[in-house]
Design a protein around this ligand. Structure first.
Ligand code: A3P
Length: 278
C-alpha cells in the first residue's frame, strides 16, 4: 500500500469513492449475504464523526455485560468475504459498524429490526478531522492541501461520499424507533448521560457504577493513552485533538461562508439539521 499512487488509493462504485485496500469491491459485494440479527449492535457513522469513540464505548458496554468480542475494527466493509463468513457463525450478540450511506447498508439490518446507533458531528469539525486523518493514513491519498481537501469534501469527492448525502439519508429515519441518533457535540457535553442512553437503547442492563466506569474510561485522554499503549504511534491516528470547534483554526472566511450556505440549502429546517448546530 505504501507504494501506491494517490490516485489508485480510492476507487468509485455507484458514484461513491471507497478506499481500495480497506474496502475493495469484493468486500462490498459480499455484504449482500450478511444476515443481520435482531439483537446485533450496529453503529453507523460518517468518517470522523466519532466512530472509534463509540466502538470503544460499545465494546466496554458489551464486555461488561459478559459478551466476548473479536479484536479489531468491526466495520462491515473492511471484512473480506472470508472473514464475513466467520462473522456469520459468531455467537450473539455481535457488534458491527459501518461508514456506508444508509441506502447501502445491507437490507437485512432493516428487515430484522436491528437497532442502529448513528453518530453525527457538525460538518466543519468533521472536515478538519478528516483532512488530518487523510494525511496520516498511508492507504488514503496523502498529498492534499487543506484547500483542495475542503473543496473535495464539499463536492462529496472523498472516501464514503458526501457528508450531506449521509445526513439527508438519516434525516428520513429520525422517528424510527430502531434508530438512535447522537451527536459528537452532545457526547462531549454529557458522556455519562449518553452512555446510559446508548446502553438502554440496546437493552443492556448496567448499574449506575458500571455506567460511570465506562464513561470514565471513554474520555479522550484515557482512550488516547490506552490506544498509544496498545499500538504505539499508530494508536494516535484516531485520537487527534478531540475538541468541538477546531474548525476555527483551519477555515478561511470564504470556506466558512460556503459551508454555511451548503448547510442552509441541504439541512436547514430539518430535525437532524437542528441537532448539528455549530
Ligand atoms: P479530531 O480529529 O477532531 O480530534 P472517527 O473515530 O470517526 O474516525 O473520529 C475521529 C475523531 O473523534 C477525532 O477527532 C478524534 O480525536 C475524536 N475522538 C476519538 N475518541 C474521542 C473521545 N474519547 N472523546 C472525544 N473525541 C474523540
Amino acid at each position: 500500500g505504501m507504494t501506491m499512487k494517490d490516485e489508485e488509493k480510492l476507487y468509485k462504485r455507484n458514484g461513491i469513492l471507497y478506499p481500495t485496500i480497506m474496502s475493495p469491491p469484493e468486500n462490498l459485494d459480499a455484504l449482500k449475504d450478511l444476515e443481520a440479527r435482531g439483537d446485533d449492535v450496529m453503529l453507523v457513522a460518517y468518517p470522523k464523526c466519532g466512530c472509534n469513540w463509540m466502538v470503544g464505548v460499545l465494546k466496554k458496554i458489551m464486555t461488561t455485560c459478559g459478551y466476548t468480542l473479536p479484536e479489531g475494527a468491526p466495520l462491515i466493509e473492511f471484512h473480506s468475504p472470508e472473514t464475513q463468513k466467520i462473522m456469520s457463525q459468531m455467537q450473539s450478540r455481535r457488534l458491527f459498524a459501518t461508514h456506508l450511506h444508509p441506502d447501502d447498508i445491507p437490507v437485512s439490518f432493516k428487515n430484522n429490526n436491528t437497532k442502529m446507533l448513528v453518530v453525527f458531528r457538525n460538518p466543519k469539525d468533521t472536515v478538519v478531522s478528516y483532512y488530518h486523518f487523510m494525511n496520516n493514513i498511508p492507504v488514503l491519498p496523502n498529498d492534499q492541501s487543506w484547500d483542495k481537501f475542503f473543496s473535495n469534501f464539499m463536492s462529496g469527492e472523498v472516501a464514503w461520499g458526501s457528508y450531506f448525502d449521509h445526513a439527508l439519508g438519516w434525516e428520513k429515519c429520525m422517528d424510527d424507533p430502531n434508530v438512535l441518533i447522537v451527536t459528537y457535540e452532545e457526547l462531549k457535553e454529557n458522556l455519562l448521560e449518553s452512555v446510559k442512553k446508548i446502553s438502554d437503547f440496546f437493552s443492556f442492563s448496567l448499574t449506575d457504577e458500571q455506567v460511570q466506569g465506562i464513561a470514565g474510561e471513554s474520555t479522550f485522554k484515557v482512550m488516547l493513552t490506552s490506544s498509544t499503549t496498545a499500538y504505539g504511534k499508530f494508536g494516535k491516528v484516531f485520537f487527534r485533538k478531540g475538541e468541538v470547534g477546531d474548525w476555527k483554526n483551519h477555515f478561511s472566511e470564504a470556506q466558512s461562508k460556503q459551508m454555511d450556505e451548503e448547510f442552509k440549502k441541504k439541512l436547514e429546517g430539518t430535525k437532524l439539521g437542528a441537532k448539528l448546530k455549530y
